[in-house]
Design a protein around this ligand. Structure first.
Ligand SMILES: C[S@@+](CC[C@H](N)C(=O)[O-])C[C@H]1O[C@@H](n2cnc3c(N)ncnc32)[C@H](O)[C@@H]1O
Length: 213
């Protein structure tokens, strides 16, 4: 345990020296001691395989996309709903997580078609089951939104990460029809002023809306 603590301290110091984000420091510090502690419990090895498979199905290729799973909530869904033009339209949540936004919008706007696309298998399966159980017309595809043709949609909603935003802007400009909306929760696009900004939660992140010219 003493060696593990020493290893943690060295790893944390290296992380600080290499200027990693601060949330790495406690992880580096505690990883080796936690490993030694858990090994002492003599758990059967399949538990670790099971935990790994669970995390894999939940996060899938986050290492590549740099967009992990975290969820928006009802107040954001309501703000998105209020931002939609009052006419039948097709909307998609790219990276739909557990499907909450899509199911909510499909209920509020029965005249519209809403779908979600999700890369990670477990969130995709859970959203599919949630929609079936609630009798929702919301549809969920499993796949990468980067391979999707945005031309079919009037509204694209994204709750992704800062790294995903510039490529998303290029795709929005290249594929979406004039008048279409790109709505991003929390993450802005560098150099692109939003046409509308809402703040669904007091002191919380904003909802940015761009209209294709
Ligand atoms: C921050 S969560 C947002 C979940 C949901 N849209 C919400 O508002 O609650 C982002 C999701 O995007 C998914 N994702 C990341 N990159 C993707 C890609 N290229 N194609 C499809 N889904 C992706 C992740 O697996 C994750 O579930």
């Amino acid at each position: 345990m003493l060696l593990a603590i020493l290893q943690g301290v060295v790893a944390a110091l290296l992380s600080r020296w290499r200027e990693l984000a601060t949330w790495w420091l406690p992880m580096q510090l505690l990883f080796a001691p936690a490993l030694v502690l858990v090994l002492g419990w003599q758990l059967p090895s399949w538990i670790f395989l099971l935990a790994f498979l669970f995390m894999l199905s939940l996060y899938w290729s986050t290492y590549r996309t740099q967009v992990p799973l975290y969820l928006s909530g009802p107040r954001v869904w309501q703000a998105v709903s209020e931002s939609l033009p009052a006419r039948p339209l097709r909307g998609i949540d790219i990276g739909s997580g557990l499907g909450g936004l899509v199911i909510d919008l499909a209920k509020r706007h029965p005249e519209c078609e809403f779908s979600g696309i999700e890369l990670a298998p477990l969130p995709w399966l859970l959203s599919l089951l949630r929609a079936r159980l609630r009798g929702s017309p919301a549809r969920f595809l499993r796949g990468d939104y980067q391979t999707l043709d945005f031309a079919r949609f009037d509204v694209v909603f994204a709750y992704l990460s800062p790294v995903a935003m510039s490529p998303l802007w290029i795709k929005f400009q290249a594929e979406m029809p004039v008048g279409a909306l790109l709505i991003s929760y929390e993450f802005e696009i560098k150099g692109q002023t939003a046409d509308e900004i809402r703040q669904p939660i007091k002191d919380g992140p904003c909802l940015y809306i761009w209209r294709k010219q």
